[in-house]
Design a protein around this ligand. Structure first.
Ligand code: C2E
Ligand code: CA
Ligand code: CA
Ligand code: CA
Length: 278
């Protein structure tokens, strides 16, 4: 039975085998998907806090898996990080994002800065800086039209190296946003050391702000902190008018969330680049 040590060992060993087999299968599937061009970027509008101007877009990856429809990143990004394929996927995402900005420009649309999510695993060497340079060179877009988003935990990991890396990104002219702010353990002194242009308040705080309480206090504090450090504040996961009203009342700069729009394919972004949100 499960209470016996030997039984337990067999149980875990079998489990481990399945785990590494699944992992290899996943890695193969992800590499195949990349080669087969099954990944696609969706885009979510970022709107000024009064809701009358599009000020940015965040790219969010999707996997158009044959026979499985549209697969959300939560189901494959962690696996891609685990096996390292995230580096190749991340490089693809940077190139694709820059090319998309170039395509919108070529269509005569006025592009807005486009953010690309970057995983911690991509920040352990300067590869991501090379990928940014290469994406800019291939697309010939203005570097100011590209941003990267790193989670708070990524920035707190290997602080000295990440500071060097972000300095390079900053010198290229690409903005840096700290994603999911408030969920990690960042030290404010480190935050000040990084050339960060934007703080994104995690949607878990935004969800509760209109009801008052702790989350409202955290959001107010974050906005004050970011402005003190001369950063733009973006609230993610804005779903209701009440949340937007609270954020506007506390001088948050930018809102992103289902209240305005869900992530959408490139073709649907056109009308956002043409006209202000109603
Ligand atoms: P994230 O960067 O924190 O992105 C925000 C997530 O919240 C997105 O989920 C977005 O669709 C969702 N969202 C937007 N507005 C709302 C709202 O009003 N309410 C709620 N409940 N959710 C909202 P998505 O697209 O499934 O992406 C999940 C995560 O996958 C992202 O979280 C990011 O960490 C990761 N991810 C997405 N694309 C990439 C990528 O190209 N590279 C890497 N490394 N990670 C990515
Ligand atoms: Ca993000
Ligand atoms: Ca986020
Ligand atoms: Ca997140």
């Amino acid at each position: 039975g499960k209470m016996e040590g030997g039984g337990n060992f067999t149980f875990y060993a079998a489990d481990m085998n399945t785990w590494s087999r699944d992992r290899l299968k996943m890695e193969g599937a992800l590499r195949h998907a990349l080669a087969n061009r099954e990944f696609e970027l969706f885009f979510q509008p970022q709107v000024d806090i009064h809701g009358n101007r599009l000020v940015g877009l965040e790219s969010l990856i999707r996997w158009r898996k044959p026979g499985a429809g549209l697969v959300t990143p939560a189901t494959f990004i962690p696996a891609a990080e685990e096996c390292g394929v995230i580096r190749s996927i991340g490089e693809w995402a940077l190139h694709e994002a820059a090319e998309q900005v170039a395509r919108w420009s070529a269509e005569g649309l006025q592009p807005v800065p486009l953010a690309v999510n970057v995983s911690a695993r991509q920040c352990s060497d300067m590869g991501v800086v090379e990928a940014i340079r290469s994406a800019l060179a291939c697309s010939r877009i203005d570097p100011g039209l590209l941003k990267i988003e790193l989670t708070e935990s990524t920035t707190m990991h290997n602080v000295d190296f990440v500071a060097t890396l972000l300095d390079s990104v900053n010198r290229i002219g690409v903005g840096v946003a700290v994603d999911d702010f408030g969920t990690g353990y960042s030290s404010l002194s480190y935050l000040k050391r990084f050339p960060i242009t934007e703080l994104k308040i995690d949607k878990s705080f935004v969800g509760e702000i209109a009801t008052g309480g702790d989350d409202a206090a955290i959001v107010r504090g974050t906005i004050a902190l970011a402005h003190g450090l001369e950063m733009t504040v973006v609230a993610e996961g804005v779903e209701t008018a009440a949340q937007l009203e609270f954020l506007a009342g506390h001088h948050c700069d930018v809102a992103q969330g289902y209240f305005f729009a869900e992530p959408m394919p490139a073709s649907e972004v056109r009308r956002w680049l043409l006209a202000p949100p109603s």
